[in-house]
Structures are given as C-alpha cells and as structure tokens.
Design a protein around this ligand. Sequence first.
Ligand code: ARG
Length: 590
Amino acid sequence: MLRIAQTLEAQLRAAMQQAFPEADGELNPALGPASKPEFGDFQANGALALAKPLKQAPRQIAAAIVEQLRNSPEFSALAEAPDIAGPGFINITLKPSVLAAEVRQRIGDPRLGVAAVEQAEAPVIVDFSSPNIAKEMHVGHLRSTIIGDCLARVLEFRGHQVLRLNHVGDWGTQFGMLITHLKQVAPEALNTADAIDLGDLVAFYREAKKRFDDDEAFQTTSREEVVKLQGGDATSLKAWGLLCDQSRREFQKIYDRLDIRLSERGESFYNPQLPAVVDDLRDSGLLVTDEGAGCVFLEGVVGKEGKPLPLIVQKSDGGFNYATTDLAAIRYRLGAAGDGAERVIYVTDAGQAAHFAGVFQVAKRAGWVPAAASLEHVPFGLVQGDDGKKLKTRAGDTVRLKDLLDEAVERAQADLRRRLEEEERQESDSFIDQVATTVGLAAVKYADLSTNRITNYQFSFERMLALTGNTAPYLLYAVVRISGIARKGGALDGELPEQLVFEEPQEWALIRQLLQLDAVISEVESDLLPNRLCTYLFELSQSFNRFYDQVPVLKADEPMRSSRLALCRLAADTLKLGLSLLGIPSLERM
Ligand code: ARG
C-alpha cells in the first residue's frame, strides 16, 4: 500500500494548498496508517499543525481540507468521503474496489507488491556472525548470525547488492599464546592438519590464556611469537593457517545447518593497512601520544574523572588492536579503492556499542565517511537461560551451539512423534526427520528474531517449540493449513473470477493485513528490526485463521469461492515469503 499512500499524500498536500494557499511552505499532511481498524486505512493529522500559523480551530481546518478532497475526482476514485475525528484527524477509508484491485495485482506476483530499489547502487555491507578463531562460536555469535542473515535477506530482496562479511577474529595476541603453548604440548598441531580437534583447540586456548596471565616468561615468548607471525615468518604463518582452517571448518558446519551464506574477510585481511591508518590519523592531526600509546581523544565521551576518553589505535609496544582493524575496515569498505559501500551494518552484542561509537566518530573526523554513507551498529541483548541468568548447561558450562541446535531438533522430533500418535497418523522416518529438522531450527531462529533485539532474550525450548503463540511452529502450521485446502480440492492457483468479490469483515481484515507487506519490509530495511516482520507474520496468521475458521471457503458459491481461494493463496505466498526472509523454509505438511 506504499504506492497508494504516496498518491494520497500528494492529493492531501494539493488539497491543503488549495484550501490554504497562504500557508504555503508549512504543509505536511502527516499521513500514517489508521490507529485502529475502525478508523479506516489511513489517518492524516496535518490539520493540527496548521492551527497555530492559521489561527483557526484544527477541526475547521480539517473540514476545509476534506471539502477539497470531496471535490477531487482522483481522490474519490480511491477513497470514501473522509471523516473528521477527535481534535481534527482526517480518517481515510479506501474503496473496496481499490482494495480488491490491489489484491488482484498481487496474485502470482513473485514480489507480492514490494517494490525493488533502483539498480546500480553502491553495495550495502552486513558485517555479522564474526566468531573468533580457536575459540568456540557462542550463543552471542549465533544471535549475530541469525539477525545478520535476516537483515541481509531483507536487503537483498529489496534489490540491494549485499556483501555479507564475516569479520572473523583471526589475528592478534591470541595466536602468540596459542602457538607458544602448542609448541610445547602438541607441536604436531602446528604443522599437520587436523592433528587435534576444535574442542581440544579451545581447551588449549584456555590453558594458553591462563599461562599467559600467570607466567611472565610465557608472556614474553608469546609476544615474540606474535611479532614473528605479523612479520610474516613462514613457520608461524603455516601454523596460523592450520589453526584458522580448523576453526573455519567447524564454523561452516553451523552455517550449513542454518543455511547461512557468508564471505570470510577476517581481521588479518586488514593487517597490511594498519600502519597507514595510524599515519593518516597523524597527518590529519587527530593522533595524540598518551603514555606511549597512539590514541584519538573522543569528543563528547568522558570517563570517570571528567577526562575525555581516548580510542587507542596503537599500543605502546607498537602493536595494533581491534579498533585499529575496524578503522581500517571502514576506510576500505567505504573507500572507492575498496568496496565503495553506501551503508555498513554491524551486528554485534550491545556490549560493543561504545567501541563502535568511538570508531565511527574517529572515522568521520578523519574524513573516511562520505556524506551519503552511513555506519550503523545493530546491537542486541544477551541470551539468558530460563532463570534469567546467562545461558549455561546444567553442569554450568557454556552451551555449545551444536548441542543447542541438536536439542532443538530432538525436542521437535519428540513433539512431532507425540502428535502423530495422538492423531493416529503414520509417517515415514524421513518425513519425521525432515519436519523435525525444519521445525527445530526454525524455532531457534524465530525465537531470536521475534523479540526486540535490543532487549535480553530468554532462551526456552518449550516456548519456542509451542504450536500456539508467536512461534515458528504456529506460523509454519498456518502455511500447512493453507496447503491442506489445496489437497482438499481447492486449487489455489486456479483462474481468477472476472471480479473478486469480498463481503465479510474477516475477509477485509485479512486483505488489509496482506496489503501491509511492503510497508513492513520497508520499515525493517530502515530500522533493522526483524521483530517487526515477525509480529506482522504472526498477526497475518491470526487474521487468516480467523477468516478460515469463520468464513466458508470450499463450500461457498462462486464468485466468492474463487475470491476466497485467491485470498488463501495470497496469504500462503505472503507467509512463505516472509518466512524465507527470516531464513526459515516452509513445509507443505507437518
Ligand atoms: N569477533 C568479534 C567478537 O567476537 C565480532 C566482530 C564484529 N565485527 C567488527 N567489525 N568488529 O566479538
């Protein structure tokens, strides 16, 4: 309905101009969706802002605008005569024929009315997932992976050229420690692929970190190892490569299971660019040496004693850090010699908000961010267990992603088997496997996407696998229900009748919901909040279920029968598209 909204907006503006030529320049129709379904489709609040400059009562102003609209044949072709409500809101209800024509246009349209952006645009980068080598991927990375993938899918569907970048932590001091430690305890891991498995690698990393913290000699050797590696020493590089490969393969297993596409461009990629970043900052006069470290003092960010806080870009030992790498990444991603991107989206936990605010500020002050480009941090809250505390296994360990996904699928399978028994249905093992896998993984993704990402989120297998409520199984079931109509003889892709005929309130409610898709997608594109899309799909499923429970479809007479089947089809297509943008495949039966 975005296109209709635009047309109405222009008509309202013209009506305002005609009614109040003297108020030119301040005319804003302030058009938005109606606040309640009984108020129609749209609400224009522009009369209120005119009250002061025109020194008239807002209702009177609204009446004059409505008068103009009533006289406009273009407006009358779209909408019923508008009502004035409250202090001067103009309520607009679209004509049934207009809504029916919109429905008709969407049937069989693969984009379902969602416009594509103009081509030949600069790429949009989504920086997400980004686990660290030699450390296990944890639930925070899972959130980043799921949210980032959904945002990338939405942007891709809108027609943007999206670069999905995995900013893997594959460089830095952790390798110095790890190599030093492995040389002593498992030297084979440094020259033979797969000599140890990732679980062991993580354990070795923990041991190395402990030794690094406790043992000064170990620290010194580790630092020397880092210098060797960063200096390009062949043996160190080979060991580093083997360790990265091993982690990478483990990460890939998770990505494959979740159907996530990502291009790896880890921190090491920017290594050769780091000295130039610091040189540039020095040349532009931003770099200050403080206690031997190269830093930029942040504007508007003060520490405890009211002192401005620095962003350190070069440690006193000459080494670079996480911030330096992110500055290099910005320079490269936005620069014409690099990606030339127009928008960079970073999906990480909210704990990194200060890091990104600092890095973005410095990049802007250094002149690396063109006016048309934007850098956006998309923060998310912590994953908590049922008890509201940090998610842990019963034994108190961190939860391994593989175990978490396995458990979701196992539980989905147990639920399914129970349901099949109750319904006395026989299904093959391969059917059960496929449904359980889809439902289990969908539940994990959807639980994450459907909560507002800013808040912490409580992980609960029971809640996410429930067949009722705002859950993946509920949505998947709505799709299955519609597929069932086709199996009962209601061809969903049959010929459309000459005229689509709708008469029941449940039909209109469903239609209005269906026509919101383009507005919702455009909101997710700008606000980067996937839960908006989830809420929409949930409400759409509810509207569909109300319609299907209360209005006969297969038993209705023509042309109602075909019209209602067309609504069923559009509902199924909208749900499937929406789910696919969340990274969730649909099922025909479950
Ligand atoms: N590797 C980091 C972590 O595990 C996330 C990196 C996010 N991306 C970035 N450009 N800093 O927390």
